[in-house]
Design a binder for this molecule. Structure first.
Ligand code: TYD
Ligand code: MG
Length: 455
């Protein structure tokens, strides 16, 4: 009798091979191949269908009708305006970041709106969940808690509870007896997820899956899982900081630009209603090297402080240390400052940090970095009540950015008096919305001009 052939699969990208390989040809990662136990059965087709017929696009019902609110505005925002019926949402993040807390609170809120919720936990006992639930104030009769790791039992429970929403916390702890691999393995995670998704899609109920992040920073069984679900959310935060950011990295039902901001408190996660105030709360007034930028995060503008220290290099090569921004961006901006504004930085260490631990990726923060570095270099504080924004090009030019009205009005709301912005933006802005402003607008065209206008 022929020996059944083994199949090897990359844990990172899902590439399969008939033999073990040291390096994956799919994603070029080393030592990611492991043997799959059920070579034939593993990729059985799953039925994700919702039982619809082919139809003209104009006659399809819209997504809006099938959404409902979680009661937590920040979560709704990241989901694209609430939960979509029949959608599968993966929530990833570091252990202890607050995934279980977030979902328990959201489910408590749904239960309060008389949705029936099945919360399956493979990690905590019912007593532990009850304790946490009491603290979070989510003790509702509609919130059904089930501590179980067997997928078959979960399905049985779901049949009898008949929930409107299902949460699986976490996918790595649930296993199916039909798969031989050990719980938490690639094959298990994939099979269990596929079965769960097909189960909930058929019944048109939303499914939340909690996934742990592996040490290389991706959700275990990453690519396959991310392909299978409709939405992937990451819950992030710096250890030592109370605030948490919920970010969509994939969303079939909404924008991936939106972020949700929370603060971890004694009594659970609180929504941060006014993020700018939150991020500027501890700003040192009159300190050199501190600049406030208006950064666009999704549909919102957030004012954030960028801090910089520029010190003479003691020995060896000058260092650049960056927290909360792209290191290459900062190196590039330092080179522009050196070449176009005559600030010699090659013999200086540069440290740049975004205060509060948030990460900024928007081009408009360039001007903030320029402001912070040059302010500390000259040891002159930026004039009080000033904010900056604008993209910087390699020729030292300051380029226009989008949504000026929104940025300026956020600055005005928080009592800022002066706004340094790209000259091209200023021209367009003055034409329409710029009347009756309490903020002085200062247009700049070059990096050298920015430095002149800082103090
Ligand atoms: P948890 O939701 O268990 O994280 P995850 O499911 O992502 O692993 O969050 C655990 C942390 O949150 C824990 O270190 C304590 C903190 N926490 C609070 O500060 N306040 C609270 O009300 C709760 C429930 C947790
Ligand atoms: Mg947890």
């Amino acid at each position: 009798m022929a020996k059944p052939k083994s199949l090897y699969k990359c844990r990172s990208c899902g590439h399969t091979s008939a033999q073990w390989l040291g390096r994956c040809p799919g994603c070029a990662e080393w030592d990611t191949f492991s043997e799959e136990n059920s070579p034939q059965g593993a990729t059985k087709g799953f039925d994700y269908s919702s039982g619809t017929e082919p139809m003209p696009i104009s006659e399809l019902s819209t997504v809006e009708g099938v959404r409902f609110s979680t009661g937590i505005g920040e979560l709704d925002r990241v989901l694209g305006g609430g939960i979509v019926r029949g959608s599968a949402v993966l929530v990833g993040g570091d252990p202890g970041i607050g995934k279980s807390t977030l979902l328990l609170q959201a489910m408590g809120s749904l239960a309060d709106q008389s949705h029936r919720v099945l919360y399956v936990s493979g990690e905590e006992s019912p007593q532990q969940i009850r304790l946490r639930g009491a603290r979070l104030g989510v003790l509702s009769d509609s919130l059904i808690v089930y501590s179980e790791t067997s997928l078959e039992k979960v399905f049985k429970a779901a049949e009898s509870v008949n929930p409107g929403v299902i949460v699986i916390d976490s996918i790595q702890t649930v296993h199916s007896s039909e798969v031989e691999s050990s719980p938490g393995s690639m094959a298990q995670v994939r099979e269990v997820s596929a079965k769960l998704i097909s189960f909930t899609k058929k019944r048109n109920i939303p499914l939340f899956i909690v996934g742990h992040v592996t040490k290389d920073g991706s959700i275990a069984g990453p690519k396959t899982l991310e392909h299978m679900v409709d939405t992937v959310l990451y819950f992030e935060g710096e250890s030592g900081h109370a605030f948490r950011i919920l970010r969509a990295v994939k969303n079939r039902f909404g924008s991936i630009m939106e972020i949700g901001i929370f603060e971890m408190r004694e009594e659970g996660l609180a929504q941060v209603e006014n993020p700018s105030e939150f991020f500027l709360a501890e700003r040192p007034e009159g300190a050199s090297g501190s600049a406030v930028v208006a950064s666009l995060e999704g549909t919102r503008t957030i004012l954030v402080e960028i801090q910089s220290l520029v010190c003479k290099t003691a020995y060896g090569i000058a260092r650049r240390t960056v927290v909360g921004l792209d290191l290459n961006k900062v190196m590039l901006l330092a080179a522009v400052l050196e070449k176009k504004a005559g600030i010699v930085l090659t013999d200086h260490d540069i440290f740049v940090k975004v205060a509060g631990g948030i990460r900024l990726d928007e081009p408009a923060v360039d001007l903030g970095v320029i402001g912070a570095i040059s302010s500390n270099y000259y040891d002159r504080a930026i004039a009080e009540g000033t904010i900056l924004f604008g993209e910087v090009g390699l020729a030292g030019e300051v380029r226009a950015v989008s949504r000026i009205e929104q940025r300026v009005s956020e600055a005005e709301k928080l009592g800022f008096k002066r706004c340094i912005l790209p000259k091209d933006n200023l021209k367009a802005f003055k034409g329409k919305a710029g009347k009756g402003l309490k903020v002085e607008l200062v247009g700049v065209a070059t990096v050298a001009e920015v430095i002149e206008k800082l103090t």
